[in-house]
Design a protein around this ligand. Sequence first.
Ligand code: GDP
Ligand code: MG
Length: 734
Amino acid sequence: MTVSRDIVILSNPALLEKVDRLRDLNIGQHVPLPQLVVVGDQSSGKSSLLESLSGIPFPKDQSLCTRHATQITSRRNSDDRVDIRINPGPHASEEHRKHVEAFHMHMSSGLEFREQFVDILKKLKKDQANERMGLRVDISTGNGAVFSEDVLKIEVQGPNEDYLTIIDVPGIFRTTTQGTTKDDMVMVKDLVKRYIRDDRTIILAVLPSNVDIATQEILELADDYDQSGERTLGVLTKPDLVLEPSAQAAVCDLVQGKKRPLALGYFLVRNRGAFSGSKEQSDLDQIFRKEPWVDLPRDRVGIPALKEQLRSLLVEITRREFPKLLQDVSNQIKECKRELNSLGPPRQDEREQRSFLSRIAETFQDRARAALAADYNADPVFGQDELRLITNVVNITNVFSDDFQQGAHSRNFENINLSVSSVAVAIPDDYDCEETPVVLMIDNLRALLQKARVDDVAPGELAELGDIIAPLPPHRTPVPRDDFAAWINDVYLQSRGLDLGTFNANLVSMAFAEQSRKWGDMTKIYMSRVIVTIHRFIAAALRSVCPEEQARRQLWSAILESLLERYKMAMAQASLLIEVEQRKQPYTLNRRFAEELSKARGYRVTELLRPKARKDGRQYGELQFMVNLDDIAKAAEGKSNVEQLQEEIHDILHAYYYLALDRFIDNVFQLAVDYCLLHGPSSPMKVFTQDWVINLESEQLELIVGETKSAKKRRSKLVKKIEDLSNALKILKT
Ligand code: GDP
Ligand code: MG
C-alpha cells in the first residue's frame, strides 16, 4: 500500500516542505504551523492510530497511557537520524525550563529507533524524560504530577520518511481513577483545547467503534472550536471488536454520513490490537473486505485511505492559511524589532555604555534648555505639566511676590496717601476694573499651584528633600496686625535716650527687623516650592529620556547627592539674603527713598492744614484751596514732640520697608532661584551632563547602565528570534 504515499508526496511536496522547513527552524514555537492532532477519550486508540500512521510503535499498555503531549515530526532527508527533546509547557518555571531544555537524545537510524522505541519510552519514563517532566514514575505513588504540560518532541528523518507532523495528547477522561484528580481532568481538557483551538490544526477525533458515540465528549469539544467542521475528522477504531450486527450497522451509518454527520466525515481504521502480534497493516486491513465493512466506500476505510485524506487536508489547510502565516511571521518580526528597539542599543563594554549614557545626558540637557526657555514646541513630551519648568517657577514666584506685598509685614502701615493732589479726589468708580485683571491672575495662579500639588510632597520626595525644604503645606502666615501706632510708641518709649526731637538710629533697625519678621519663613516656603518643582522636573525629564527603569534608578542615585548639595546652596543663598536685610543697619542709595519720605512729610503738613483751607474756586477744572501763611507756622503746634517723632519713624520705616521689599524679592529671585537653581553654572540642571558621563569611573558606569543579565538574555533571544523569523520569511516567499 505504498501507492497512496507516493501520490501524496507527488501532489504537494513544495508547500509541505516549506512548512516543514519552518518547523525545522523552530518557528512552531512562535507561530502555529499546520499540524495534525490526535484527540479522544482514554483508550480510544489514539496512540495505536499514531503508530499505524507513522510506523512508530507506541506503547499501548495501560500504565503507559499518554501523560503528556508527544509531537512526532517525520521528514524526508538523505540523513538518517532521530532526535528526542522536550519542549517546556507554557506555565513552566525558569528552573524547570532549564532542566527540560537540557534533555536531548539522539539516534542514528530510524529503524533502530522504531525497534527500540517502546524500551526507550519505558526507560525514559523511569529515569530521564518523565522525571524531567516532573511526572510520577509510578502512577500509584503520590509524588510528582500525573500529567505534564511539557511536550515530548520526536523528530525522525530519513530517506524513506514521509512529511508528517502528528501530535498525540493525553486522552480526555471523566472519572478520576488511578491517582488522577479533578485538577488533572481539567488540565488535560485545557491541554486538548489548546491544541485544537488553532485554525491551522487538523483535529483527528478518535472514537472507538465498540462504544456508543454519544458518550464521546471529544466531538462536542471539537465542535466548540471548529464550528464549520472544516478541520475535524472522525476516526473510528477497533472495528474488529464490534461483533453485534446492530452495533456494526450504527458504525456503518456514521461512515456513510447517515448519523451525526461531520463535514469531513468519518474514517474506519483498524489498528494493531493487544492480540495482533506482528501482523502487517495490510493483513489487519483484510477485515474491510468482509461483511459488513465491504459495502463501505473504499476511500473511507483503512489507514492508507486515511493517510491520503490527511495529506490533502494538510495541503489544503496550509494553502488556505499560507497568507495568514506569512502575515503572522512578518508581524512577529516587527514586534520583535520594536521590543529590541525599546531595549536600546547593546551596552556590553565600557565604550558602548559611555556612549549610551552620554546620549541620554545630551537629550536631558536639550530638554532642560528647552524647559528653561519655555520652548515647549521643541518636543511633544512638554505636554506634561511637570516638564514646563520655567512657567511653573515664574508662577510660583508671582504668587510669592503677591503674598509678600500683601502680608509679609508684621503690622499694617498707616494708610497715608502719598499723592497729595488726589487727597480731595474721590476714588473713581472704575477703580475695580483696573485692579481686577491682576487680582484674577494671581487667583488663577494660586489655583494652578494647587492643581499641580506643589505643596503635596510625596513620601519619596520628602525622604530625599526633607532636610532641605521647609514643611509644605505651610502653616498660614499670620495676617499683619493693625496696632502700628501703639507698637511704635512702645518701641520708642523703650529705647529713647537724651534726645531732642531726634531718635536713636538703632530704633529704625529694630523696628525694621520686627516689621520684616515673617520674611524668613515666607522665603523658605517659596524656595522649597521652587526646589520641589525643580526636583520633579529632573525626575520627569529623566523618565522621558531614560525609560529603562533599572538604569534610571541607578542614575538617579548617582546624581542625587549633587542635586541635594545644589538645593542646599540655593537655600543658603536665600538665608544669606534674609540675614543681610534683617541684621544690617537699614540703608539705601536709592533716590526713591528720599522722594517717598518727602512725599510723606508733605502729606503730614497737608493733613494738618486741611481743616484751615478755604475753597477758592476752580482753575483748569481742579478745585483750588487757599491757606493762611500764619496757619502754616502754627500748623504743627497741636502735636507733641513724641507724636511728631512717631510719625517720622513711621514714614521712614514705610518708605524704607517697601524699597527693601522690592529689592529683596528681586534678589531672592535673581541670586537664589535664577542663579543657584536655574541658569547659574552650578545649578542642579547642570549635574547630569555629558561631561559628567565622560568623567564617570568605569565601575560606576557599569553599575548605572550595564545591562542586567535578564536584559542581555532577552536581547540575544530577540536577535535569535528575528533571525529565525527572517529566515522563515525568506522560505515562505521563495
Ligand atoms: P489511547 O489511550 O487512546 O492512546 O489508546 P491506545 O492506543 O493505547 O489503545 C488502547 C487499547 O486499544 C490498546 O490495547 C490497543 O491495542 C487497543 N486498540 C487500539 N486500536 C485498536 C483496534 O483497532 N483494534 C483492536 N483490537 N484494538 C485496538
Ligand atoms: Mg495513548
